[in-house]
Design a protein around this ligand. Structure first.
Ligand code: ZN
Ligand code: ZN
Ligand code: FE
Length: 764
């Protein structure tokens, strides 16, 4: 007889880990116990040496689906001669375990959900140890029911029996409940009055079928839902949400039902059906805009999502006629629902019932509420599935709070991110925890959400940062928060240049410490020289960078307005080509055209920018695609959509110049676009020529510097057409390309880059 004490770390709580150990121990005739504590799971096992070794092996090999094992350490101890194997109560203490992420309802729960003989038939809160809410219901660690928003729902006798039975799928399922003891659904009208109905799900579906907009409480916040095939309903939602054109994602029953709108690849299907269930951007079929009027007009991509929560499953099940069993789940269902985040005015997601009634007043016709609180707001994640891997556009529900593993351990850093699409990052050892998408820091509520998220993350990780990092721009709310935090705690703080951080984020996730060529392309970031950067060719050596080149600057007539009005950038390009006279004739519809021409000729209120985002605007303006945009990145998205209708074209020969000083000049391309009468041809030409130009630019720099890795970061790399073409060209020339895979390439990834630079700055 021998005995061992084992410690298992990683994501091992709330994932069915203890019953898994319990079953293994019994199978291997071992005695002892298993328990949760602040570091993870602790096991004490006694039996034959052979079976003890087998236990450790099988813990690693057969861990439950949601578990992630970082380490199993064991040491020999004295056998106590105990009988049986038991699961002990959790031990509180200093927390350093990881918390689970939210996942879609599992197959076993779905089978019960649609089985009338199950006691959880059509139970909107069905969950087990392998599925359901985690991060969004957890208030603090260790993960136990009283620490979650299920605390007010004591288990009934039947649920208690399952909870206490190590052989049951719901053994210690902290969020388990049943229709008898769990939360309840309520349907409420626009004025907050409860609508007395026998079945809130059926009544909600009736509302949707009538063309109404219903606010539905989800995992990480409310969604605004309406019938996606009903043009009037979609238009009403746009009007009420004051969201003129930004695309809406749609919820479908299954992959088969998506076939009408999108030609899904195997990678897209796998991602759609993954337990994370993100919104997946899929290439639209030709008839998609006609079938789903107003959902994503004019764009090449449609955001598609499959049901995540039992509530979403039940709405679709109701639409299918409440069939028995799960066969309906693979059959085409015509119902398609717009499912968009309820975040009025760009503020954080609505999470509370009272907040929903107040903030969604005038938008929602009805509210499908329940009494299980959302402990933390968490948006839907948005990804694109490509043959070379997945690409994040927004990282939140289903992925947060999973850590990004760093190559080496270092002091804990808090990095505050940027301004647009903000996230923050806290590191602990080799783990970098990037928060869920927080949003644009242009309103008090989002700024408050950033602060709350920091407090919560530090609390959940039980870590006190030793260093602080923020963007070079001192006026960002994130920068001020970081500086204040550092001052309050007496910590060293560094300001990180925006594009340096974009490239560093890639180096962090790819475990790269070699010097690289960084191609940082985005809308705007403050440069080290105080001007607006955004089309940057850098050499990055860990915590240092050199600006090797940049896009030839164009003036932005009217400053920031030029970022929302592509015609202004087109006018700036005409000015740079010496074609000033055309500004008035081309933009006759713009009352400000004459003023703008004067501003450009006299260099008034026209700050220069090397932004690549503005280069996309310039092209859109010259091609007449758009005079003004209603959301960030719209011009580039429309251009990509147009280019997709033309397919691949040859790049323009002599479409660009690369100066000896490293400046990339796109004026020859603009010259051609200005004279191009077919916008689709022009858009395709723009993508092809830009990719060729960037490949040459990066290659020349790489050869000159003796480097062979090119890291591509910044929001422009969300453009799939450009990224694909560029990566192919660079690879063909023998260069190694780094692209963002675990975080979005846009400003949502800045905080990781900042944290990594802070670690390396002081670590030297
Ligand atoms: Zn389940
Ligand atoms: Zn119950
Ligand atoms: Fe950026």
């Amino acid at each position: 007889m021998s005995a061992q004490r084992m410690r298992v770390t990683g994501v091992v709580q709330g994932v069915g880990f203890r019953p898994f150990v319990w079953r293994l121990a019994r199978e291997l005739a071992l005695t002892g116990w298993v328990r949760n504590d602040a570091q993870g799971v602790e096991i004490c096992a006694e039996g034959s040496a052979k079976n003890l070794a087998l236990l450790i092996r099988r813990i690693r090999l057969e861990a439950p689906p949601l578990a992630r094992i970082d380490s199993v350490d064991s040491r020999v101890t004295k056998p106590s001669g105990c009988a049986g194997f038991v699961i002990l109560d959790s031990l509180a203490g200093k927390v350093s375990t990881a918390i689970g992420h939210d996942t879609a309802t599992c197959a076993a729960c779905l089978a019960e959900l649609f089985d009338p003989s199950s006691r959880r038939w059509r139970h909107a809160f069905i969950t087990c140890t392998h599925c359901g809410p985690r991060y969004t219901v957890t208030r603090r660690l260790p993960y136990d029911r009283p620490q979650t928003s299920l605390a007010p729902f004591p288990l009934c006798a039947a649920c208690e029996r399952e909870y206490a039975d190590p052989g049951d799928r719901r053994f210690h399922a902290e969020t388990t409940c049943c229709p008898h003891c769990g939360p309840r659904l309520t349907l409420v009208d626009a004025l907050g009055r409860t609508i007395e109905v026998t079945d809130p799900i059926a009544a909600t579906l009736e509302c949707l079928r009538r063309g109404e907009i219903v606010a539905v409480k989800g995992l990480g916040g409310f969604h605004l839902v309406c019938d996606a095939r009903n043009a009037a309903a979609v238009a009403r939602l746009r009007k009420r949400k004051a969201r003129e054109e930004k695309p809406f994602a749609v919820l479908l029953a299954n992959v088969a039902s998506a076939d009408e709108f999108a030609d899904l690849t195997d990678e897209e299907v796998a991602l759609l059906e993954s337990p994370e269930r993100p919104i997946v951007l899929a290439r639209k079929r030709a008839g998609a805009d006609a079938a789903l009027p107003g959902c994503a007009p004019g764009l090449a991509w449609l955001g598609v999502m499959l049901p995540v929560t039992p509530i979403q499953h039940l709405l679709l099940h109701e639409a299918a006629g409440r069939p028995l069993g799960v066969a309906w789940m693979s059959q085409v269902l015509p119902l398609v629902l717009v499912c968009t985040s309820a975040n009025p005015g760009g503020e954080p997601l609505v999470t509370g019932n009272a907040g929903a009634l107040e903030r969604l007043a005038g938008i929602a016709d009805a509210f499908l509420l329940h009494d299980r609180d959302i402990a933390v707001g968490c948006d839907d994640s948005v990804l694109r599935a490509t043959a070379s891997g997945n690409q994040f556009i927004r990282r939140a529900r289903g992925y947060t709070p999973r850590a990004i593993r760093l190559a080496r351990s270092g002091p804990s850093v808090f990095a505050a991110g940027g301004w647009f699409k903000n996230t923050l990052c806290v590191t602990r050892g080799t783990d970098a925890f990037v928060s869920q998408h927080i949003g644009d820091l242009d309103n008090a509520a989002t700024c408050a959400f950033l602060e709350e998220t920091l407090v919560r993350l530090l609390d959940l990780l039980d870590v006190m940062p030793q260093r602080v990092a923020h963007d070079l721009h001192p006026d960002f709310y994130s920068s001020r928060l970081a500086i204040e935090f550092a001052a309050r705690h007496g910590l060293p703080v560094i300001a990180v240049q925006h594009h340096h951080a974009h490239i560093a984020a890639l180096l962090a996730e790819h475990h790269c410490v070699e010097p690289v060529i960084g191609l940082a392309l985005d809308g705007v970031g403050l440069g080290s020289d105080g001007t607006a950067w955004g089309g940057e060719l850098l050499r990055v050596d860990c915590a240092h960078f050199t600006r090797l080149g940049h896009l030839r600057p164009l003036p932005m007539p009217g400053g920031d307005r030029a970022a929302r009005e592509p015609w202004r950038m087109a006018a700036a390009a005409l000015h740079s080509l010496g074609r000033d006279a055309e500004i008035l004739t081309r933009f006759v519809a713009q009352p400000a055209a004459a003023t703008l021409a004067r501003m450009l000729s006299q260099d008034l209120n026209s700050p220069p920018t090397s932004s690549m985002g503005r280069a996309f605007d310039t092209a859109a303006g010259l091609l007449g695609v758009r005079a003004a945009t209603s959301f960030e990145g719209q011009a580039a998205m429309l251009l990509e959509g147009l280019a997709a209708t033309r397919g691949s074209v040859m790049p323009l020969s002599n479409g660009y110049d690369i100066g000896r000083d490293g400046t990339l000049d796109l004026r020859p391309l603009y010259q051609t676009l200005a004279d191009c009468s077919d916008a689709a041809v022009g858009a395709a030409l723009f993508h092809a020529t830009l990719a060729a130009a960037l490949a040459d630019w990066a290659e020349i720099a790489a050869r000159a510097q003796g480097l062979n890795t090119v890291a591509c970061g910044g929001g422009c790399f969300l453009n799939h057409t450009l990224t694909g073409k560029l990566a192919t060209l660079l690879t063909q020339r023998g260069l190694h390309v780094l692209l963002a895979q675990q975080l979005p390439p846009n400003d949502g990834g800045l905080s990781l880059g900042q944290a990594w630079i802070a670690q390396h700055t002081y670590g030297e």
